[in-house]
Design a protein around this ligand. Structure first.
Ligand SMILES: CC(C)(COP(=O)(O)OP(=O)(O)OC[C@H]1O[C@@H](n2cnc3c(N)ncnc32)[C@H](O)[C@@H]1OP(=O)(O)O)[C@@H](O)C(=O)NCCC(=O)NCCS
Length: 395
């Protein structure tokens, strides 16, 4: 059975901060953020945007791209590490906003940036299992607003996005192979204690944990394969990594290719062709946590100048804490055309001044208790309107 990604859509907040602006304000050479960390801009959410609105907008766009109705979805998962409620899942809000029917498995997954991949792998297994009277079609959404404290080392690695995937049989974008390499380890590299809005991170340790997971997941992938001939990542046409910031993808690529005996210089020589296009959109979104791998995949399909029909892909997903997966897939003919305009919304973002960014950062501290205010005019997409009788309201 051929299963995989049939549609991929992106929702980004309408505001952004240039990393040069942040660097100047923090007294850091701009080259450190832009080249050293590898990010040009980070998307910034306004006060009527939260994880639910990003997820719903991305989900609606994915349904439209696939040309299917909400009632055809039998499996709806939202992966997030910036949920809006300890109990009610973001997926339930999305179900309501998109009009997805009652005959559907609906839930939220959490494992730092790995949450959406857990949803994707579960949905693919559900599709492969088959059965039932209607085609098995899943909507898996990754949505997050990445946030570290002002003036902390993590500050230049914020951002946010929703990325929605339609998964089904005979997919039109990327076929995903059945073998999955897993790696998990109980580590404290990144966490967010319950009362805190800001993530805490041991930055250098998180990089080390990520790189250990690259090796661990890839070795497990080799062990899990049923074929007898040895698999080599060198045979893959493109590699797509979890990208909390661009430089991390360079480190990941070196780590993976070291498994094939290549040194850093030899790995770097393949980077521009095999990885470069997957970073075009992430460099302008910043970190999107759960969405990061899938934004990178969308970036590859939407911006790679080479024809990718039939291209073999390797994908690596990492979530702190930690859990990781390495898996492979094949680009379906015509996929690049289907997602050609994926980054268009980034062209329309309004660029913030540093004081606007800091004011928004502080104002978001009270977002979850802000009293409900009726919308002033008709909304063209879901907006967060505040809390009414203890319940979050959207319009
Ligand atoms: C990414 C992070 C660790 C960087 O922290 P930092 O201590 O401020 O930055 P560093 O001093 O390590 O510098 C970052 C890079 O910029 C480079 N750099 C520093 N100054 C530079 C300059 N003027 N010009 C160009 N590059 C420069 C450094 O050499 C380094 O590159 P390297 O990683 O290849 O060695 C920090 O932003 C963070 O904790 N982010 C969140 C955690 C995260 O995303 N982890 C990922 C795994 S999930």
């Amino acid at each position: 059975m051929r299963v995989g990604i049939d549609a991929l859509a992106l929702a980004v907040p309408p505001l952004a901060l240039e990393l040069r602006t942040l660097a100047e304000a923090r007294g850091v050479p701009p080259a450190k953020f832009v080249d050293g960390i590898g990010v040009e801009r980070m998307a910034i959410a306004p006060l009527d945007e939260d994880t639910v609105t990003l997820a719903a907008r991305a989900g609606a766009a994915a349904l439209a791209q696939a040309g299917i109705s909400a009632s055809e979805i039998g499996y709806l998962v939202v992966g997030t590490e910036t949920a809006v409620d300890h109990s009610k899942p973001v997926a339930s809000y999305v179900q309501g906003l998109l009009g997805i029917g009652a005959a559907c498995r609906v839930y939220e997954t959490k494992h730092a940036c790995f949450g959406a991949t857990a949803g994707v792998l579960g949905a693919l297994e559900w599709i492969r299992a088959g059965g039932g009277k209607r085609p098995r079609i899943a909507l898996v959404i990754a949505a997050d607003i990445a946030r570290y404290g002002l003036q902390t080392p993590g500050e230049p690695t914020q951002g946010g996005a929703g990325v929605a995937l339609i998964l089904r049989e005979d997919p039109r974008l990327v076929e995903i192979d059945a073998t999955i390499g897993h790696y998990a380890s109980d580590v404290h590299d990144f966490w967010r204690p319950l009362p805190s809005k800001d993530a805490l991170v041991d930055g250098a340790f998180s990089v080390e944990c990520y790189l250990n997971a690259v090796t661990g997941a890839y070795r497990n992938f080799q062990e899990e394969r049923e074929e007898t001939e040895r698999f080599s990542v060198l045979a893959l046409d493109r590699l797509v990594y979890h990208v909390p910031y661009g430089k991390m993808a360079i480190k990941a690529h070196r780590q993976l290719l070291a498994e094939e005996g290549l040194d850093a210089a030899a790995a770097d020589a393949t980077f521009a062709e095999k990885v470069g296009p997957s970073l075009t959109l992430p460099r302008r979104i910043g970190n999107s946590y759960t969405g990061s791998l899938y934004a990178a995949l969308g970036s590859l399909l939407a911006t790679d100048p080479a024809p990718l029909d039939g291209a073999r892909l390797g994908l690596f997903s990492y979530g702190s804490g930690s859990a990781a997966a390495f898996f492979t897939g094949t680009v379906v003919a015509g996929a690049q055309k289907r997602v050609a305009g994926l980054g268009d919304a980034l062209e329309r973002q309004r660029i913030l001044a540093i004081d606007e960014y800091e004011a928004l950062f502080h104002a978001r501290n009270d977002l979850d208790t802000r009293p409900y205010a009726a919308p002033e005019g008709p909304a063209t997409s879901p907006r967060y309107l505040g809390v009414d009788g203890g319940k979050r309201r959207y319009g």
